[in-house]
Design a protein around this ligand. Structure first.
Ligand SMILES: NC(=O)c1ccc[n+]([C@@H]2O[C@H](COP(=O)([O-])OP(=O)(O)OC[C@H]3O[C@@H](n4cnc5c(N)ncnc54)[C@H](O)[C@@H]3O)[C@@H](O)[C@H]2O)c1
Length: 356
């Protein structure tokens, strides 16, 4: 079966990651690309030999030779575009975050159920080989009861500035929490088997994403001269229905040594650290006790360039082919969005938020 793909949003992630990955798939034909910026669409089409280019995404959705759509546009367009794509009968791979708020996410999920099409949010970190192996350990029962998880993604000087919309709440929905917090929260909950989250507290900070801080070294190179009304740091504390707890810490900019992404699991039988420092130095270690000895175990991980994205696309396209629901379920993405909403609410009100 050949998958005939349309791309909506020919920006950074489509250009640098999705299209190069998809071009390695022998069963994918990229038919069309739509971008409000015609030049961006034409550039992408020119480099990769994509036959059709348009500025109106609805024109792409009207094409009968497109079955599957990638939506990689600014966050505030996700809900409108995902709903329209589902209504047009397309299967959808939607970039993260699913939407800018839970109400929009719920609207997308309801439409996916109604239309009977596959919609998967692109939570690529679940498909990392170290995460997949850690999941196998968990499912094998190696950790006993996991009673606490620490997760986060801390960047020292990484405020996205290649596109103006990232720091504009109206278009991004939020700052670092929606941009990279969503990845780590999703990853940690997925590892735990997606338990229900019952109580959320948290706080967000806007320190460096202010116009007057633009000239500091906390910004990634290049300029963003749009709006600046989103957080650059967030911390949250979650109670899970299992009795376990989860903490999340994220920054786009902070005075710290190095960039780090992490998940630390604390279990009665073992613990684990999954860590990536400065996008290169990776660690996956399991800590336990055997025969009266404290043991550190490091499973071997096979890393391939863009291996997580290749695995994510393969899984999604296999689901399209077989009709099986994706392992990254829509309902899980909706719960993540509800938790993110709750963190913002808790920060504004200073009160914990109970989730039903
Ligand atoms: N999974 C990841 O690791 C990852 C990484 C980066 C970005 N993302 C997500 O991907 C999405 C896009 O991010 P990006 O970095 O590529 O942003 P970007 O700004 O580089 O690209 C967005 C593109 O959408 C186009 N666009 C805007 N309005 C449009 C419209 N009405 N119709 C059609 N096209 C329109 C823009 O012209 C631009 O080319 C975001 O949701 C972001 O959160 C995910």
């Amino acid at each position: 079966m050949e998958h005939r793909l349309g791309i909506i949003g020919a920006g950074g992630i489509a250009r640098e990651v999705h299209v190069p990955v998809l071009r390695t798939f022998s069963d994918v034909k990229i038919v069309a690309v739509a971008d409000a910026d015609r030049a961006a669409a034409e550039r992408l089409a020119g480099v990769h030999g994509i036959p059709y280019v348009m500025t109106d995404y609805r024109e792409l959705l009207a094409r009968s030779d497109v079955d599957v759509v990638l939506i990689s546009t600014p966050n505030h367009l996700h809900a409108e575009m995902a709903v329209a794509a589902l209504e047009a009968g397309k299967h959808v791979l939607l970039e993260k975050p699913m939407a800018t708020c839970a109400a929009e996410a719920e609207r997308i999920a309801a439409k996916a159920r109604e239309c009977g099409r596959i919609l998967m949010v692109g939570m690529n970190n679940r498909f990392r080989p170290d995460a997949q192996q850690l999941k196998r350990y968990l499912e094998g029962g190696a950790f006993g009861d996991v009673y606490h998880v620490r997760t986060g993604w801390l960047r020292r000087a990484g405020i996205p500035s290649w596109s103006r919309w990232f720091t504009d709440k109206a278009r991004a929905g939020g700052g670092v929490l929606l941009d990279i917090g969503v990845h780590m929260l999703d990853l940690a909950l997925w590892l735990l088997g997606n338990p229900r989250v019952v109580l959320v507290t948290g706080k967000t900070f806007q320190t460096f994403t202010r116009p007057e801080a633009r000239q500091t070294r906390m910004w990634a190179p290049a300029a963003s001269d749009g709006a600046y009304d989103v957080e650059d740091f967030a911390v949250a504390f979650l109670h899970l229905e299992t009795g376990a707890t989860l903490t999340l810490e994220v920054s786009w900019a902070a005075n710290l040594a190095r960039d780090v992404q992490f998940v630390h699991l604390f279990g009665t039988g073992a613990g684990a650290v999954l860590e990536e420092i400065d996008f290169s130095d990776r660690r996956f270690t399991v800590y336990t006790e055997r025969f009266g000895c404290l043991v550190d175990e490091s499973p071997r991980v096979k890393w391939e360039p863009w291996g997580d994205r290749v695995a994510m696309w393969r899984h999604f396209l296999d689901c399209v082919k077989t009709g099986q629901p994706p392992s990254a379920a829509v309902e899980e993405a909706v719960q993540v969005q509800r938790i993110l909403d709750a963190i913002y609410t808790a920060s504004e009100t200073g009160q914990p938020v109970a989730l039903r």
